[in-house]
Design a binder for this molecule. Structure first.
Ligand code: NVA
Length: 396
């Protein structure tokens, strides 16, 4: 048993054995789109979540000087926030299970410990509440994102028990990871205009967004999985505060080899873009929701329509997010599809529900507001493991 522990390989441990994908229970990990019928999903958890320290990428996401003051003390989030978040996630788990979805949870990780690498040190980590940022499921593969905040360097650790389990049980599961960046100083624009420092940053940031200049440099590839939307044979990747062009290129090379097309998107009206899942939200094989306040470049809508897609312009109730949240009222669009009709929508977002009903969808209201403090809503706090259905092309 040298070095193997109790591990029983689902395929024979003989180097010249023929590949036999029928061995074991294949296909636990398999998800090609955002809308095929959901069978198994990871739902994050809030325990021991922290407010990160003021590292460059985090500071650039703070909305104002007041926001920065709120965030001044890094370390554990309040007991109350954690308890409320946990309750909301329990409600979400319940709804998913009632709809026949197997729900898995990450490990409890103590994010409050300081750590350092040869290149940086931070007072604490972040959270296990946002698996969508960390895990990119493309068919039978899960890619661990590179991440780009120092406080998120080790966030993959919350999912390692699950990924090891899938690796043991599913002989077809491909487990990969983006190249871990050093996150040394060369990865950040130290002169980037920060709203938290006051001053006239808005106009400057608009000009920078138009030129696709964000907080990160191109020193190393970086991507968060939540900057990717999966539409079968086509992946759409958002250039943002968390995904640079080198990160896009890494994804393009990786998935071109697997026969997929990988498209580059950006949303120039978003002056702090982070994650595609309030900007470009596909709900079925021919319907995508776009954000009217932060639209993509004009070619995107044209390309969608020319390929037979219906574009719906999203709405929001405009309700405030918790004071410690870096998200906007457009979390209204951060929905999760159970299939190509049923969509989980935040319970107070009645305008979204009306809009989706009008277009033939069946919104299911679920209370999930406080989780915004941890970084998102339905799409963010989940990660696909399995959706039923094959790889198809939806762009002729
Ligand atoms: N950057 C987003 C949140 C992403 C889940 C927002 O603008 O609200």
């Amino acid at each position: 048993t040298f070095g193997m522990g109790h591990y029983q390989s689902p395929v024979p441990l003989v180097t010249n054995a023929p590949l036999n994908h029928a061995i074991g229970s294949p296909g636990i990990v398999s998800s090609w789109t955002e809308w095929q019928p959901l069978k198994e999903v990871i739902v994050g958890r809030c325990e021991l979540s922290c407010k990160p320290g003021n590292e460059p990428a985090f500071e650039a996401k703070l909305k104002s000087r007041e926001h920065a003051l709120f965030s001044a003390e890094p370390g554990l989030r309040s007991d109350e926030a954690i308890a409320t978040g946990q309750d909301e996630l329990a409600g979400l788990v319940d709804v998913l299970e009632k709809n026949g979805v197997t729900v898995r949870r990450p490990d409890v990780v103590d994010w409050s410990k300081p750590y350092s690498t040869p290149d940086f040190e931070v007072p604490c980590g972040n959270t296990s509440a946002m698996p969508r940022d960390v895990l990119l499921t493309v068919g039978n593969e899960i890619v661990e994102s590179t991440m780009s905040w120092r406080a998120r360097f080790f966030e993959y650790r919350a999912y390692r028990t699950l990924l090891n389990e899938y690796f043991e049980r599913d002989p077809n599961f491909e487990w990969t990871a983006g190249p871990k960046p050093t996150m040394a100083d060369h990865l950040y624009h130290y002169d980037f205009p920060h709203e938290a420092r006051g001053g006239e940053s808005d106009n400057v940031r608009s000009e920078l967004a138009e030129k696709r200049i964000y907080i990160h440099t191109e020193a190393e590839p970086i991507f968060d999985a939540a900057d990717v939307m999966r539409l079968g044979r086509d992946l759409f990747v958002c250039n943002s505060f968390t995904t640079n062009r080198k990160g896009y290129d890494w994804l393009r090379r990786r998935f071109n080899k697997r026969g997929l097309r990988v498209h580059f998107l950006d949303f120039p009206k978003d002056t702090a873009p982070m994650h595609i899942d309030v900007l470009f939200v596909p709900l079925s094989k021919d319907t995508v929701v776009l954000n009217p306040v932060r639209p993509p470049r004009p070619w995107v809508e044209r390309m969608l329509r020319e390929n037979g897609w219906k574009v719906i312009w999203g709405v929001s109730q405009g309700l405030p997010t918790p004071p410690l949240s870096q998200c906007s009222e457009w979390l209204s669009l951060n929905v999760l599809s159970i299939d190509d009709k049923k969509v989980l929508v935040e319970a107070q977002e009645t305008r979204v529900m009306d809009l989706l009903s009008k277009h033939g969808f069946e919104p299911i209201p679920v209370p999930l507001r406080s989780i915004a403090e941890f970084g998102g809503a339905f799409h963010c706090c989940t990660a696909d493991v399995r959706r039923e259905g094959p790889l198809e092309s939806y762009f002729p």
